[in-house]
Ligand binder design. Structure first.
Ligand SMILES: *[C@@H]1O[C@H](CO)[C@@H](O)[C@H](O)[C@H]1NC(C)=O
Ligand SMILES: *[C@@H]1O[C@H](CO)[C@@H](O)[C@H](O)[C@H]1NC(C)=O
Ligand SMILES: *[C@@H]1O[C@H](CO)[C@@H](O)[C@H](O)[C@H]1NC(C)=O
Ligand SMILES: *[C@@H]1O[C@H](CO)[C@@H](O)[C@H](O)[C@H]1NC(C)=O
Ligand SMILES: *[C@@H]1O[C@H](CO)[C@@H](O)[C@H](O)[C@H]1NC(C)=O
Ligand SMILES: *[C@@H]1O[C@H](CO)[C@@H](O)[C@H](O)[C@H]1NC(C)=O
Ligand SMILES: *[C@@H]1O[C@H](CO)[C@@H](O)[C@H](O)[C@H]1NC(C)=O
Length: 298
């Protein structure tokens, strides 16, 4: 009885199982670049390519990514988003390499892909595709920008764009200490699915302080970095206030000089008047004395 069953069971097992290998770790592809989704199988005996069938499909939706049957690509039911972007490696098929080349990867390609292979037996395996894009160098701005005084509360805004997936944002001070308070992060996706990340740090201003913003892409482990240093200059009188101050000072000086000049003239005038009065008085006296003399003569 057992001797009859055993070969049958083995046959069923062999029919159902063919080992198909895909990467265990997620495949990380750069946005806009080409990616190879590895898939391979091994057969002890050589096989005819016309007996090989390959289906690449999205694991979740079962939508077709790429098909191959009877020696030709079968793309009639291919999902539109993959049109003109997929190919197998024809020279590699006979070696059991059924890897898929996916061109110009976009964020929407992210997900699980199943590689299904049949020769006489069949098997399948699924891999995960993750898309990554590096962030631009961030730009750090200060709000408000002028009229700053120590003790003021300012908002430092760090913006980086074109990245994927979400980055970890780390703010540090000049001493490399992590600042964790008063940080607000937000993310906006563009039509390609790439992110613009904005992080706002609120701090109480101190002179000579440096704040740096660091973005770490978790898939690329890559950092982009920018910093801003608030020096005495930011905090000193801003130009407008300075010119107003100088202008006022100059006005005051001119006013004082004018006042001094007026005063001097007034003093001089009153002096002259006094002298003239004195002279007049003398003349008058002389006249009087003359009169007196004439009176005496006559
Ligand atoms: C694909 O397979 C080749 C050969 O085994 C290997 O060198 C390469 O790293 C693999 N690529 C990925 C993305 O797993
Ligand atoms: C492969 O199969 C095709 C069609 O069945 C046949 O014409 C061809 O001779 C076969 N080739 C080999 C090497 O067996
Ligand atoms: C694919 O390429 C063909 C021929 O080059 C073209 O006619 C077709 O519009 C392309 N399809 C897409 C979705 O780009
Ligand atoms: C399959 O072939 C392609 C193209 O030569 C190669 O890049 C890839 O590493 C191969 N994959 C495996 C698993 O050997
Ligand atoms: C700051 O935070 C980052 C990310 O959370 C961490 O990797 C790093 O070790 C921290 N550094 C310090 C000095 O705490
Ligand atoms: C966080 O912000 C609040 C109000 O904006 C402020 O009172 C507080 O001092 C800030 N904390 C730190 C650590 O800067
Ligand atoms: C700020 O730094 C400069 C140069 O490092 C230094 O000359 C100045 O004294 C510092 N000012 C304060 C207020 O710490």
């Amino acid at each position: 009885m057992l001797s009859l069953l055993l070969p049958a069971m083995l046959a069923v097992q062999a029919m159902a199982l063919m080992e198909v290998h895909v990467p265990e770790q997620p495949v990380v592809a750069l946005h806009g670049r080409d990616a190879t989704l590895n898939c391979s199988f091994s057969l002890a005996t050589p096989f005819n390519l016309s007996d090989l069938t390959i289906f690449w499909q999205l694991t979740d939706t079962k939508r077709s990514v790429h098909g191959y049957r009877e020696g030709h690509d079968q793309l009639a039911d291919q999902a539109e988003s993959f049109a003109n972007r997929t190919s197998l490696f024809p020279a590699q098929l006979g070696l059991g390499n059924t890897s898929l080349l996916l061109r110009r990867v976009v964020v929407a390609d992210e997900g699980s892909y199943t590689c299904f292979v049949r020769v006489q037996d069949y098997g399948s395996a699924a891999l995960l595709l993750q898309v990554a894009a590096p962030y631009s160098k961030p730009i750090v701005t200060l709000e408000p920008e002028s009229n700053l005084r120590p003790g003021d509360e300012v908002a430092l805004t760090c913006v980086a764009y074109g990245g994927y997936p979400q980055a970890d944002v780390v703010w540090q001070d000049g001493g490399g200490r992590n600042l964790t308070d008063n940080i607000t992060n937000s993310v906006v996706a563009n039509e390609e699915g790439l992110f613009t990340m904005t992080s706002v740090l609120t701090v109480v201003l101190e002179p000579n302080s440096t704040y740096s913003c660091r973005l770490i892409n978790p898939l690329l482990g890559e950092e982009s970095y920018a910093s801003v240093t608030i020096t005495g200059q930011n905090i000193a009188f801003p130009p407008v206030a300075l010119w107003v101050t100088v202008g006022l000072a100059v006005c005051l000086l001119v006013l004082l000089i004018a006042l001094a000049a007026v005063c001097r003239r007034k003093i001089k005038e009153s002096c002259e008047e006094a002298r003239r009065e004195a002279e007049e008085a003398k003349e008058l006296e002389e006249e009087e004395s003359k009169t007196a003399m004439t009176l005496l003569k006559s």
